[in-house]
Design a protein around this ligand. Structure first.
Ligand SMILES: Nc1ncnc2c1ncn2[C@@H]1O[C@H](COP(=O)(O)OP(=O)(O)O)[C@@H](O)[C@H]1O
Ligand SMILES: [Mg+2]
Length: 397
């Protein structure tokens, strides 16, 4: 499929798209990585997962124009297959041609869905392909706003007060759910699908009627929802944390992001006025955030701690709501695959996007090597003489 590869270079697959409400945002992150990866150093393979879940490749997938019509892409692209009996390789099929390509590292640019929730991570584990970012467990925890918060509470990290419900409860007793929310929380509240992203399916509500509507909306996206105490007069502060190949945690510059309305919505995040969207890099922001040195070092500390507690790896972004006067610092969420991989937070620290990508690849390979050295076999002789009949042993006479 037209790839010209050098034997001396590592081969890097860049994965993006996927079945997710954040499909388009992921395409932007993927293209940004494709445009900034050092092609003198790596053989590069774009892998685009369509909205219906077809895995595709071809050099044309590295060009923005290709995405003007998503429906046409499968017709023009080669298919990517994974074979469990051929670990570390993908096979690329185009017409009658089939080519096997060894992948040294996969850079994951998915946002939301199976690309960020641990599913793709699990497949890559089985395929023995190193990949960037959190593993299966860290990805699953990171996608679930309820689990993530419960674990942070256990570790004395502050999160906003919240409740959560499954759809069966809502379907059986709406009044009880509303009663519990009003007993525990005050308006405004934030209603979110448990595994949302990019503010999709999230509503800020100010009364019971809005609450009912918002819950119905959130259940369109997930079987579990979280209802949070809405807090006002707080700064929205983000930091990226990176775990290098030696396991050291580095922190990025800190940003403050601004919303145009009541809270940071999809348009605030990705639509810059007048110009083309640059994904998460389009958000209105101030870098560095105007915060005191004390707040800065607190955010850095809590950021590092949150990264480790939530089982993150490689790179993540941790988002806070901060009120310096009240001395309150709430972790709102971790993003295990942040929009635009947070490159704009590393630039002011002297790390270019190209070098961030290098470091992510090195970190992914180091983590894979470390994991591979752990004991995964246990030789015992119990299979040489065993009884599989499952008869209950005779007791007594
Ligand atoms: N409890 C809250 N109080 C005030 N604002 C909130 C609260 N939760 C979320 N927000 C606002 O909503 C936005 C999206 O919420 P978030 O939990 O980060 O979801 P997503 O994963 O979709 O980004 C935040 O960036 C913030 O502007
Ligand atoms: Mg967020």
């Amino acid at each position: 499929m037209g790839f010209k590869f050098s034997k001396d270079k590592k081969t890097i697959a860049i994965l993006f798209g996927g079945i997710s409400t954040e499909h388009e945002v992921s395409v932007i992150t993927g293209l940004q990585v494709l445009n900034n990866i050092n092609r003198d150093k790596y053989n590069v393979i774009p892998i685009y997962v369509s909205k219906s879940g077809v895995w595709l490749t071809g050099n044309h997938l590295a060009t923005t124009e290709t995405y003007a019509n998503l429906d046409e892409i499968p017709l023009k692209s080669a298919k990517v297959n994974f074979d469990l009996n051929q670990p570390k390789y993908i096979s690329v099929k185009s017409g009658l041609f089939n080519r096997n390509i060894k992948i040294d590292t996969a850079i994951l640019c998915f946002h939301g869905g199976s690309g960020e929730n641990g599913s793709v991570q699990g497949m890559l584990e089985l395929m023995q392909i190193p990949y960037t970012g959190a593993g299966v467990l860290g990805s699953s925890i990171g996608i679930d706003k309820v689990l993530m918060k419960e674990i942070l509470i256990q570790n004395d990290i502050f999160v906003v007060k919240h409740l959560y419900f499954y759809d069966y409860k809502w379907n059986s007793n709406q009044q009880e759910v509303i009663r519990e929310c009003e007993a525990e929380l005050q308006y405004p509240m934030f209603v979110k699908p448990a595994s949302s992203g990019s503010s999709i399916g999230i509503t800020k509500v100010k009364n019971a009627k809005e609450l009912v509507n918002a819950i119905n909306v959130a259940f369109q996206f997930d079987e579990k929802i979280i209802i949070e105490q809405g807090i006002e007069g707080y700064k929205e502060i983000n930091i990226s944390v990176f775990e290098d190949a030696n396991g050291n945690l580095k922190v990025s510059e800190i940003e403050e992001v601004f919303s145009s309305n009541e809270f940071l919505n999809y348009d605030d995040k990705y639509k810059s006025s007048g110009t083309k969207s640059q994904g998460m890099a389009s958000t209105k922001r101030e870098i560095p955030a105007q915060i005191s040195p004390k707040t800065k070092s607190l955010i850095e500390d809590i950021g590092r701690k949150t990264f480790k507690i939530l089982n993150a790896n490689g790179l993540a972004r941790i988002d806070f709501l901060v009120n310096e006067k009240l001395n309150k610092y709430y972790v709102i969420e971790i993003n295990t695959i942040p929009g635009s991989l947070s490159f704009y937070l590393w630039k002011p620290k002297g790390v270019s996007f190209t070098s961030l990508i290098d470091k992510m690849v090195e970190s992914a390979i180091a983590r894979y090597d470390k994991q591979s050295k752990k004991v995964s076999r246990f030789n015992s002789n119990i299979l040489q003489n065993f009884d599989a009949s499952l008869k209950a042993p005779k007791v007594g006479g």
